[in-house]
Structures are given as C-alpha cells and as structure tokens.
Design a protein around this ligand. Structure first.
Ligand code: UGA
Length: 429
C-alpha cells in the first residue's frame, strides 16, 4: 500500500521503516530540512538498535523516501499517519498545536479520499477535533476519514516491538478505514483490537499510566524492603510468577523518565480533571516517582556527607538502556542534583553523551566506562545499560579513593559486591 508518515522522530521514522520493511511504499515527511537531508543522504538522526540497517535497506529498495513537503506525502499515499510530538505544557496538559497544524496542512493538500491515522499520543477526543479541523480547511471535493492507531513500541526496542507487536489498536467504526488498516497491518500477524476512536485514544493513556503505576508500586515496595531488610528483587520475582501480575516493569530504581511516562501521566491527570474526575491514584504515582530520586540522593549524601568538591563517576545518562534519548532522563536529573550539591562529575554513557553535552555542562565526558572512576570518591549507576554489568569491578574498586558504589538500577548482586570489598548501596535491597 502507499503510505505516508508525517513526523520523522522516534515514532515516525521507526514506523515508516518497519512499514516499508513489510512491503509498503512509504514517504516520511518532516519539516526539519536538515533531518530530511541527512536521511536522504543515508544518515540517521537518532540511535535505535536495528534502525539504520532497516532505513538503508528499504531506501535502497525504493520503498522508503523522505520529503519536507506534507502535500507530496499526502498526494503519494492512501493512508496518512500523523506522528508528530505532543509535548507537555507548563500545566501538564498536552500541547496539540503540532497535530492541529498537520491537520490543516493535510486538509490543504486533500483532493480525493484519504485515510488519516493518528499515531501520536493524544488526549481522548483529539481524533474528533482532527476530523473537524480537516473538514473546515479541506476543499469541498475532498473526502477523508480519521482513525486512531496508538503506538506501543518502547524506545531502544522499537524495531522489534514494531515488527512483532503484541497488539494493533484500530480506532474507528467505519468499514472502509477498518479494511485499509487491516491491510496495512496484515503482514505483522498481530492480534487486532477494533474499537471506537475515543476508546483507542484512551487505551494508550490508560496503558502507559498503568505501566508507570506498576513501576511506582515496586518502588514503594522497595522502600518497605529497605526499612525491613527484605530484598525487592526477590519480592518482585515472587510476585511476578503470578501470571496476573507478571515480572516485567517490576524493576525498582531511581524512577521512570523519558518522553512518554512523565508526560502521559500529567496529561491523563489533566484530562481527567477537565472532565471532573480527580485521578488521585495517578498523582500518587508521580509523587512516589519523585520521592525515589530524593531518597537516592539522600542515600549518597548520608554516606558521603558533604558533596562539595567530591569527585563522583556516573555510569548512564540516557533515560534507559539501548537509547541515546535523554529527554526527562532520571540520570541527567541525578547528575544535576549532585552538581547542585557541589560534586564534580565524570560521566559515561554508551550512546547518549553527544546529546547530553548540550544540556549537561561542566562535567568530564569519559569514552571508556572502565576509566570513569579514575580519581573519584564514589561511583553511581544511573541507567540500566546491560554493558555496565561488564564493568571491570576490580579496576574500578582500585581506582576509587574508597570503593563505594550507589547502584540506582540494581545491576549487581548485593552479596557478591560485598564479597568483592565494595560498600554497595542499591535500591530496595
Ligand atoms: C513507554 C512504553 O513502555 C511503551 O509501550 C510506549 O509505546 C511508549 O512509552 C510511548 O508512549 O511512546 P519508553 O518510554 O520507550 O516506552 O520506555 P520504557 O521501557 O517504558 O521505560 C520508561 C522508564 O521507566 C525508563 O526510565 C525506565 O528506566 C523506567 N523503568 C522501566 C523502571 O524504572 N522500571 C521498570 O521495571 C521498567
């Protein structure tokens, strides 16, 4: 099928590449001319495992192309996906201005029947507003229908999640777009949920909020574990074997971050408020998440006392493993909190250092994780990168003035670390 994706960011580019991979003809549109130039010349603007190969392969096969023109994207496709950002406003509500602008741009380019699919995470009832807007701005001869099709891929695993989705949600009750969407997604062989547009939009906010709730729940349990001497990983393992609960998203740490959970929680709380429901449960999820960071910083100051002029090595800057994304990264927040206390930081991240340089100043960026501790008083682990487990612990221990590690992601075995001579402080153990 002929498809276009408006917005070539973490969602749009991976979606475009995966839809091309299964045989569709895809035009990716972005108003950032530099990004389109980079993509056209074979470059990739973001790090996402497996993405570069997929983009190059499908571009070479002629199934994936790039343009800055929304009109070109609209004209060359039957189904148009909107995948532009929906950032938070200062009060937590969603800034829908990018979606609204794209709706007008699509409207201006419509000539015949098209299916417009919203993939961006949006407040419930946005689809209805998109349809109204397009109707207002399109020529009288144009015809279209709007569908909600939320995205559930995780950054760092996006290619795999998209090629093997656990479900496809199609929000429309109209037969023609249902048939088209089933054709778009047929090659993925995934269960499909066909529902009305408002329910589809809610599925996204309800899912992300539930996952964030799960993380805050285990973080609350971690606090109880610390007070009682229990071990949160063993509690999570015991809970997780219950199929109704599941072990995933029960990793305690310094809290969740990224461009999705914090934003979606605030948005959902605001959406509920606007319709007269006080979503206190989700407010508590936010509260617990903020408390996780406070408690971790306190753990560091309780041990090291005054941080002024203390040298601290930090492993991890990305908001989680397998990504270069530092948006709302707990690791960056942690660095900034330590800097505020006067600590001098040596930091390393396998992929996120370039992006971090723009916002995290006055730190030493270290290319080799095994030298991050040199001349330091302590080591902090802030992101759950798998490769950190391969840290040369003996070398790190010897290079520190005192072998103290604050592990905000529970990457190492507690007993083993103590056996190796570390003062090892983790979360909920
Ligand atoms: C999240 C959802 O998991 C995706 O399903 C959704 O499509 C996406 O948001 C989105 O709305 O676009 P993502 O933000 O990429 O995906 O990352 P997650 O893997 O969910 O991790 C989010 C944060 O939670 C990270 O900071 C991570 O370190 C933290 N986390 C995750 C924990 O602290 N503990 C866990 O057990 C799991």
């Amino acid at each position: 099928m002929k498809l276009s994706i408006i917005g070539t960011g973490y969602v749009g580019l991976v979606t475009g590449a995966c839809l091309a991979e299964v045989g569709h003809e895809v035009v990716c549109v972005d108003n950032d001319a530099a990004k389109i130039k980079l993509l056209t010349s074979g470059g990739i603007p973001i790090y996402e495992p497996g993405l570069e190969e997929l983009v190059k392969k499908n571009a070479a096969a002629g199934r994936l192309s790039f343009t800055t023109s929304t009109a070109e994207g609209v004209q060359k496709s039957d189904v148009i996906f909107i995948a532009v950002p929906t950032p938070p406003q200062p009060d937590g509500s969603v800034d829908s201005s990018f979606i609204e602008k794209v709706a007008r741009d699509i409207a201006a380019a419509l000539t015949d029947y098209k299916i417009i699919v919203d993939k961006s995470t949006v407040p419930v009832k946005t689809g209805e507003k998109v349809a109204e807007t397009i109707k207002r701005y399109c020529p009288a001869t144009a015809d279209f229908e709007v569908v909600s099709n939320p995205e559930f891929r995780r950054e760092g695993f996006a290619v795999g999640d998209l090629l093997k989705p656990d479900r496809i949600v199609i929000g429309t009750r109209s037969p023609r777009p249902i048939e088209a969407m089933k054709k778009v997604y047929a090659p993925f062989h995934a269960p499909m949920v066909v529902t009305d547009i408002n329910s589809a939009e809610l599925i996204k906010h309800a899912s992300n909020s539930f996952l964030a709730l799960k993380i805050s729940y285990i973080n609350a349990i971690a606090t109880i574990c610390e007070i009682t001497g229990a071990n949160v990983q063993e509690v999570a393992a015991g809970m997780g074997l219950d199929e109704r609960i599941g072990r995933r998203f029960l990793n305690a740490g310094i809290g969740f971050g990224g461009s999705c959970f914090p934003k979606d929680l605030s948005a959902f709380i605001k959406i509920a408020e606007e319709i007269g429901y006080d979503f206190r449960l989700l407010k508590e999820v936010q509260h617990i998440n903020a408390g996780q960071m406070d408690r971790f910083v306190k753990k560091i100051t309780d041990t090291l006392w005054v941080l002024k002029d203390k040298k601290i090595g930090v492993l991890g800057l990305a908001f989680k493993q397998n990504t270069d994304d530092i948006r709302m990264s707990p690791a960056i927040e942690l660095c900034q909190r330590l800097q505020k206390e006067g600590a001098l930081l040596r930091v390393h991240d396998p992929k996120a250092m370039n992006k971090a340089r723009a916002i995290l100043k006055d730190v030493t960026y270290v290319e080799d994780m095994n030298t991050v501790t040199e001349g330091c008083d302590a080591l902090v682990v802030a992101t759950e990168w798998d490769e950190f487990k391969q840290l040369d612990l003996e070398r790190a221990r010897k290079s520190l003035s005192h072998p103290i590690m604050f592990d905000g992601r529970n990457l190492f075995d507690h007993a083993e670390m103590e056996r190796l001579g570390w003062v090892y402080k983790s979360v909920g153990r």
